[in-house]
Design a protein around this ligand. Structure first.
Ligand SMILES: [Zn+2]
Length: 214
């Protein structure tokens, strides 16, 4: 099964502005349909591809290295979960080395800025003794929020790769696309949807367990 990611429009398709239309992003099973998790409704939706031009446009085969780094971020996310934090994990990669790791620590650290991405960026900057991380890639299991996209831009990260889309707070296209904003004086390559199913399932399990607690 090959998964691709992209915007699945429900309205008129405009190839130049794919992010501005439709229901947003989805993991697409080529030749079959696509599944789409809607956090607002709390369940997954499936349908059949009716937009072959969209499928072509967004077809993407993730490299083995992208998948391996996302797995490392997933391992970090599991650590957040063990702490009772929302399970999000991140790693910073330079060349082929992981130079910083982080998981959500806002509750345990009493720190509203301790999102996985910021923790990982801090670790990488400290390790390299430089707050600029030019050439580095940030891998994170959930689409970054506005604060984290801004932090990645401050660090001059070259590429941001995320797993699950965040329809409630995602600032890489889901709620707002800060990566395209002139408010940030830095452009980054952004790719979403790597291991989206696994990254999203970890979050879903966490919230289901939480709801089940007395
Ligand atoms: Zn964040």
């Amino acid at each position: 099964m090959t998964y691709v990611t992209g915007d699945i429009p429900t309205g008129d398709y405009d190839p130049d502005r794919p992010a501005n239309i439709g229901i947003g992003h989805a993991a697409v099973n080529v030749g079959g349909g696509y599944t789409y998790f809607d956090p607002a409704k709390g369940r997954e939706f499936s349908t059949v591809i009716q937009w072959p031009q969209v499928q072509r446009r967004f077809e993407m085969n993730w490299s083995d290295t992208d998948i391996a780094y996302m797995r490392a971020a997933l391992a970090e996310a599991e650590r957040s979960g063990e702490l009772g934090e929302i399970p999000v994990g991140a790693v910073v990669v330079r060349g082929s080395a992981i130079v910083g790791t982080g998981h959500n620590r806002s509750i345990v650290d009493c720190d509203p800025s301790a999102h996985a991405e910021i923790v990982a960026l801090r670790a990488a900057a400290k390790a390299g003794r430089n707050y600029r991380l030019n050439g580095a890639s940030l891998f994170v299991t959930l689409e970054p929020c506005a604060m984290c996209i801004a932090a990645a831009a401050q660090a001059r990260v070259t590429r941001v790769v995320f797993g699950a889309y965040d329809k409630k707070a995602g600032a890489a296209g889901s709620v707002i696309d800060l990566t395209e904003s002139n408010a940030l004086n830095h452009r980054m390559e952004v790719n979403g949807g790597v291991l989206a199913e696994e990254c999203g399932a970890l979050l879903r399990r966490f919230f289901e367990t939480k709801r089940g607690d007395p």
